[in-house]
Design a protein around this ligand. Structure first.
Ligand SMILES: Nc1ncnc2c1ncn2[C@@H]1O[C@H](COP(=O)(O)OP(=O)(O)OP(=O)(O)O)[C@@H](O)[C@H]1O
Length: 320
């Protein structure tokens, strides 16, 4: 469904250039429900905005379904946004109208694209658990309820891809769980591919695959190990088993063999611009040049000590 290779996004402001994505690779299969995590400023929103057609990529490859986002014309981009993607933001004020009812809010984008389908709008609100509140004005709904209206709106154009930027960022744990359940249901029943950007590790632990972005590059992939077995161990889903349905962390290696070593490892090993790499047939070991220099110095010292010992022994032997 999504294929990014060497994706670059540069923001230019006055005389400043910010490289937000520096050659990122990412593949998301059709029908996947996955999460993207990363520190603030790592490029998560830039990636999501690029995938959603809100930001134009600067270079590289970005394909979503049949669309090539780098080569699309402005007209194609409008068509892509209207028909293929749905978007959910943390701050849902961006796509909600407070003076309209929940139902009218869901119908609005349908009307704008000339495809009003009241029955489907009502069904969407039922799906997100707001069947009984559909005639309430938006300002009469709680933050969590408004967020669920936003989810219904994001699905109103029957998208193949749903992009959610911190969808649970401003709601409580119960609402966050409810939103995750809605995503799972939509993913399973409608087959929508869902990509969630989040800071929330608890939320990330609920999906099968999590991709971490560091400095505008995909650095690590966490894949849930045997998710069904872990979730249903002892015949029920417990929070402990959900947390322990451990994701195995894989470092991402790109097509030309590059990988990112975490900054804290580099610091701890005092590695700057070069390392030594050895392969013993089973493992690849990375050593800092300083460690090697230290090891060589220690070896040299040992040799000198041994030589001194030898001389001492020879002198002792002479004496006798
Ligand atoms: N419109 C813009 N103009 C200039 N620089 C930008 C713009 N949008 C993002 N950036 C810069 O690009 C980099 C990546 O930002 P981005 O918002 O994608 O990060 P993020 O991982 O989503 O962060 P957060 O979790 O804080 O939202 C940052 O250095 C940011 O300052």
């Amino acid at each position: 469904m999504i294929h990014c290779e060497g994706l670059v996004k540069i923001y230019k402001t006055d005389d400043l250039e910010v490289v937000a994505l520096q050659g990122l690779n990412l593949t998301v299969e059709q029908g996947e429900l996955m999460a993207i995590i990363g520190n603030s400023g790592s490029g998560k929103s830039t990636l999501l905005n690029t995938l959603g057609g809100l930001d134009r990529p600067s270079a590289g490859q970005v394909k979503v379904g049949k669309w090539d986002l780098l080569k699309m014309t402005d007209e194609q981009l409008v068509e892509y946004k209207r028909d293929t993607v749905g978007f959910i933001w943390q701050n849902n004020a961006r796509n909600l109208l407070p003076y309209l009812t929940a139902l009218e809010n869901v119908e609005m984008p349908m009307m704008l694209s000339g495809k009003l389908d009241r029955a489907y709008a009502k069904q969407l609100l039922e799906w997100v658990g707001l069947g009984h509140r559909m005639n309430n004005k938006l300002h009469q709904l709680s933050g969590g309820e408004q967020q669920r209206v936003a989810i219904a709106i994001s699905l109103s154009n029957k998208p193949q891809l749903l992009l959610a930027d911190e969808p649970t960022g401003s709601v409580d744990t119960a609402t966050s769980d409810m939103i995750m359940n809605i995503f799972r249901k939509m993913n399973k029943e409608l087959g929508v591919t869902i990509v969630i950007v989040t800071h929330d590790m608890e939320l990330a632990s609920q999906v099968d695959r999590v991709v971490a972005i560091r400095d505008g590059l995909t650095s690590t992939e966490f894949v849930k190990h045997n998710p069904d077995l872990a979730a249903h161990r002892d015949g029920f889903v417990s929070f402990a088993s959900r947390d322990q349905a451990a994701h195995v962390a894989y470092v991402v290696v790109d097509r030309v063999g590059r990988l990112q070593v975490p900054k804290e490892y580099l610091k701890a090993m005092n590695i700057k611009d070069k390392v030594l790499m050895e392969f013993d047939g089973e493992k690849i070991t990375i050593t800092s040049p300083q460690s090697l220099a230290k090891a060589e110095a220690a070896e040299e010292e040992q040799k000198q000590e041994a030589a001194v010992e030898e001389v001492k022994e020879a002198v002792e032997a002479e004496k006798h």
